[in-house]
Design a protein around this ligand. Structure first.
Ligand code: UD1
Length: 419
């Protein structure tokens, strides 16, 4: 298994181009199951999760062509409605094929994702929504078996809790259902909006895009289109924290400030200046001091849970103490013991971490446990005294494109050690 070695202490300076968002690309790729025509995606990131989704779709009958600037997905017919355990366990987002398969074929058999590093993460809301649309759902041998021989019908679905992939699954299913579906309490993440905008280009009738209530009028068929995937706000936010931590200045090309308002407000209070540029925005630490600022994760437009670990890495160097409250996922503090091994002073009580700033971190061998936890250890390594070796970097490769190359190009002393 590859590892990453970092020698901390160099302020990052330069430009980093922000790739398309993984969390937008995955549902968009799943949407290719909804039409017999071709979908062309520009700005598709090169990530392990994208390869996993391409494999999963391939075994459902999608022809996937990964070109240089664009990928073409074409599903003239569905050859198999089963999403097998082996692929689903690798990536929970595989659940995104459930809605499209049921909508197009009237049946699907998708492995239950099971537990993962972020707690239990159920999919009950995806299932309840499809049942409300008329699907009969059984759980058999670890598989969700859905059937609706005469097709889905529109329904009003009220989410008791915001779910991103739940909203995406049901929105895709509703596009081919009979009549109107109303999704109340829908997720408003920019990735949900990106999917909705692509579906509209494919002929879907969706109103309320960007709000928490979506009205979807079912149509008989969707058609092909070309879509450029929205820039990854989580990747941009991660590099913004890297610039802040190392005391350097980075321009994030292609990044969209409007998708990171809660993060930019946090950075502003920390003492980090964020300014808009012609092609994106630039991040610079204006003062020597990193001010300690509390963080509370929340659904969009709140502070993203996917940037909680990175914000914690920054706060380890704060001038005082602060609390970081994780309100979306249980068990999302797996990075805490690793940061502590690098000299951080953090205690956890339930869903709240208390971070007392320390003057410096020191390098150590550390282990990545999930995607965002692993990048937070890379951030810590960039400022730590001495060498940090991050193992299990396959987590990192799921969501960050060539991270060590991008950081090295901005001055970081970082290299990948092949297994
Ligand atoms: C998506 C993102 C992930 C991000 C998360 C929250 C993708 C591929 N992944 O994950 O990076 O961290 O949103 O922004 O887009 N829940 C239920 N029942 C359900 C569904 C969810 O109880 O049926 C709960 C979850 O356990 C969690 C909360 O709802 O506590 C939010 O989860 P959800 O938004 O569904 O996360 P994902 O869509 O899996």
């Amino acid at each position: 298994m590859d590892r990453i070695r970092i020698r901390g202490g160099t302020p990052l300076r330069g430009k980093i181009t922000i790739s398309g968002a993984k969390n937008a690309a995955l549902p968009l790729m799943a949407a290719s199951l909804l039409t017999v025509e071709k979908l062309v995606f520009q700005n598709l990131p090169q990530l392990a999760d994208i390869t996993t989704m391409a494999k999963l779709l391939g075994q459902h009958g999608t022809q996937v062509e990964m070109g240089k600037g664009a990928a073409t997905l074409h599903t003239p017919s569905i050859s198999n409605v089963t999403a097998p355990y082996d692929l689903v366990r690798k990536m929970r987002a595989s659940i995104l094929v459930l809605g499209p398969l049921v909508a197009r074929c009237g049946k699907a058999r998708v492995s239950l994702p099971g537990g993962c590093a972020l707690g239990t993460r159920p999919v009950d809301l995806h299932i309840a929504g499809l049942q409300k649309m008329g699907a009969r759902i059984d759980l058999e041998d670890g598989y969700i078996v859905a059937e609706v021989p005469r097709g889905l019908t529109g329904a009003e679905i009220v989410f008791p809790q915001v779910t991103v992939t739940g909203t995406e699954n049901l929105m895709m299913a509703a596009c081919l259902a009979k009549g109107e579906t109303v999704l109340v309490g829908a997720a408003r993440e920019p990735e949900v909006t990106d999917l909705a905008e692509c579906l509209v280009k494919m002929g879907a009738k969706i109103e309320g895009i960007g709000s928490d209530t979506l009205h979807i009028q079912g149509v008989n068929a969707l058609h092909g289109t070309t879509h450029s995937i929205v820039a990854d706000r989580i990747v941009a936010g991660t590099y913004a924290m890297a610039a802040a931590m190392t005391g350097g200045e980075l321009e994030l090309v292609g990044a969209r400030m409007e998708h990171l308002q809660a993060v930019i407000e946090f950075l502003d209070r920390v003492g980090i200046s964020v300014t808009s540029t012609k092609d994106g925005f630039s991040v610079r630490r204006a003062a020597n001091t990193i001010r300690s600022v509390d963080v509370n994760t929340a659904p969009y437009p709140g502070f993203p849970t996917d940037l909680q670990a990175q914000a914690m890495a920054l706060m380890t160097l704060g001038n005082d103490g602060c609390t970081i409250h994780e309100s979306i996922f249980e068990n999302r503090f797996m990075h805490v013991p690793e940061l502590c091994r690098m000299g951080a002073n953090i205690t956890v009580n339930g869903a709240t971490a208390f971070v007392r700033g320390v003057p410096e971190l020191h390098g150590a061998p550390v282990m990545a446990t999930d995607l965002r936890a692993s990048v937070c250890l890379v951030l810590a390594g960039l400022v730590a005294k001495g060498d940090t070796i991050v193992s299990r970097v396959y987590h990192l490769d799921r969501g960050y494109e060539r991270v060590e190359e991008k950081l090295a190009a901005c001055g970081a002393e970082i290299e990948r050690l092949a297994a």
